[in-house]
Design a protein around this ligand. Structure first.
Ligand code: UDP
Ligand code: MG
Length: 154
């Protein structure tokens, strides 16, 4: 199984969408391996958004991500990276398809509700960046046999 680091950004927290977003992932059959609320600081965000630090919008993105506490989650599932990115939708919420989280709840590129890891490697790196090892729980939900066939559970 793959793992993905999810952040419900201040735009999702402040707009009261925490429950709706978690519900979507649970209904899909993704496994919640870790979940907590935290405040992000500039050092962590400079690491997490290292590919964007030179962009003109970076100072605004920093302020936006520190505007309130966020929810961070580690979700696990088969092909979880692609499945979750599909559920999240395009970066600019105005271009995100209806039915996706950004497409249903957002109107902005910056204030786009949620982050999700973009590769299997980043799913691991980002989970380790936001969670201590003891905050990630390796368990098999009791309903797993109704979510996957036996040969899909690797
Ligand atoms: N972002 C922005 N303006 C842009 C592009 C990105 O404010 O023109 C913000 C937006 O919040 C986005 C984040 O920077 O989610 C990270 O950008 P990335 O290209 O990694 O998009 P994502 O992977 O979140 O879809
Ligand atoms: Mg990204």
């Amino acid at each position: 199984m793959q793992q993905s680091l999810i952040i419900i950004k201040p735009s999702g927290v402040e707009r009261g969408l925490i429950g709706k977003i978690i519900d979507r992932f649970q209904q899909k059959g993704l496994i919640i391996a870790g979940l907590k609320m935290m405040r992000l600081d500039e050092g962590l965000l400079r690491e997490h958004y290292a590919h964007l630090v030179d962009k003109p919008f970076f100072p605004s993105l920093l302020r936006s991500m520190m505007a309130s506490p966020v929810i961070v989650m580690c979700l696990k599932g088969k092909d979880a990276i692609a499945v979750i990115r599909g559920m999240v939708g395009a970066t600019n919420s105005r271009n995100a398809a209806p039915g996706t989280i950004r497409g249903d709840y957002g109107m902005s590129s910056q204030e786009n509700i949620i982050h999700a890891s973009d590769s299997e490697e980043n799913g691991i790196i980002e989970t380790n960046r936001f969670f201590r090892p003891e905050e990630i729980f390796d368990y098999i939900p009791g309903n797993i046999g109704y979510i996957y066939s036996p040969d899909e559970r690797d």
